[in-house]
Design a protein around this ligand. Structure first.
Ligand code: DAH
Length: 348
């Protein structure tokens, strides 16, 4: 009987020595150690023995079982380790390989410029506000002192929606009205409003039916034109450098009185005369003025008590000057290369 046991053990050893597969190993294990297997069969033979031999036999049988289990277990462990190593090997990441380059975007040029002005004015206590692009005639024109039939409307012909009362705003100035109405004739106001504007125009290098303005409004007590000049000076020095000089020229807008055209000294030729300033040494960058008493009154502010100034920059014009862009369509053709070029220019 002992020999039989020894034989079984050797048989197992032989059978599993070339096994590389866990499933196969388990099959052999079942073959030998299950209830129908030869080892269990030996257990059944116990009852044929006397009690002394039974003891001896039991011991040997237990030994056999332990040994057989050990054989299976150690091979199982070996195969599992091998399998894991193989898996790790297959999934190995070579960190020395150069990474796939992810194309990085670049901030939109207009957006960048607007953010720069916003940050500056916010530091001076201004709120950045929004207004609707689909606007009422009342806000876009009438309350700004431009009644129906006024010739000033010709220069701001825009796109009408449904009827003549609803339009795509031709300027951001209606946001002045909306903000003052909210202030209810009581609150002082400092706001800027950057936003899209529209006009009926034939697109070319200097005209676009869609463009962007940056509106500013300050309403308080005892505000004068010199406050406007000082504020304007700070903005353009931030955008074009400390050496930038400013100049006001008389102008006409229906919603400001007096009205001015605001010029900066040419940053390119510093007054010598060049193609950018058309040999004048000066470049016009915005319209501005003191808020017209009629407009203050329309919005519930008593002009005897309150005064204010307003300005409106053309964002594309500022960006074209700052970045040396000579075609306004650059901003609307969504060519990423352009954003990248001007982004880099700024880091220089
Ligand atoms: N809204 C004017 C335009 O589109 C620009 C402008 C001029 C805005 C004078 C102002 C201002 O706030 O005071 O031509």
């Amino acid at each position: 009987m002992k020999e039989k046991m020894q034989h079984l053990l050797e048989e197992i050893e032989e059978k599993i020595q070339d096994i590389k597969d866990l499933k196969k190993l388990n099959e052999i294990r079942m073959q030998y150690l299950s209830k129908k297997g030869p080892i269990h069969e030996l257990t059944a033979r116990m009852k044929e023995l006397d009690s002394e031999s039974k003891k001896e036999f039991g011991k040997s049988l237990n030994h056999l079982k332990t040994k057989a289990n050990q054989l299976f277990d150690s091979l199982k462990e070996k195969l599992e380790t091998e399998q894991l190593n193989q898996k790790l090997e297959n999934e190995k990441i070579d960190i020395s390989l150069p990474a796939t380059e992810i194309p990085m975007g670049a901030p939109n040029i207009l957006e960048k410029l607007v953010e720069e002005i916003e940050e500056l004015l916010m530091s001076m206590g201004y709120d950045v506000v929004d207004g609707p692009e689909i606007e009422q005639d009342k806000f876009n024109f009438e309350m700004l002192n431009i009644p129906k039939g006024h010739p000033a409307r010709d220069a701001q012909d825009t796109f009408y929606i449904q009827d003549e009362e609803i339009l795509l705003r031709s300027q951001t100035s209606p946001v002045q009205i909306r903000t003052m109405l909210e202030g209810k004739g009581e609150k002082p106001i400092r706001m800027i409003c950057p936003g899209k504007t529209y006009r009926r125009d034939d697109d070319d290098a200097t005209h676009s039916h869609q463009f962007m303005q940056i509106e500013g409004l300050l309403v308080d007590k005892n505000i004068s034109l010199s406050d406007l000049k000082g504020t304007f000076d700070i903005i353009v020095k931030k955008l074009f450098g400390e050496s930038c000089e400013t100049r006001f020229r008389p102008s006409y807008y229906q919603f400001t009185e007096p009205s001015v055209e605001t010029d900066i000294s040419c940053f390119n030729c510093h007054g010598e005369g060049c193609h950018i300033c058309k040999n004048t040494g000066w470049i016009t960058v915005s319209g501005a003025g003191m808020v017209h008493p009629n407009v203050l009154r329309n919005c519930g502010y008593d002009p005897k008590e309150w005064s204010g100034f307003a300005f409106g920059f053309g964002a594309e014009r500022l960006a074209m000057l700052k970045y040396g862009i000579n075609d306004v369509r650059t901003f609307y053709t969504t060519d990423l290369r352009e954003n990248k070029i001007f982004d880099r220019k700024d880091d220089d």
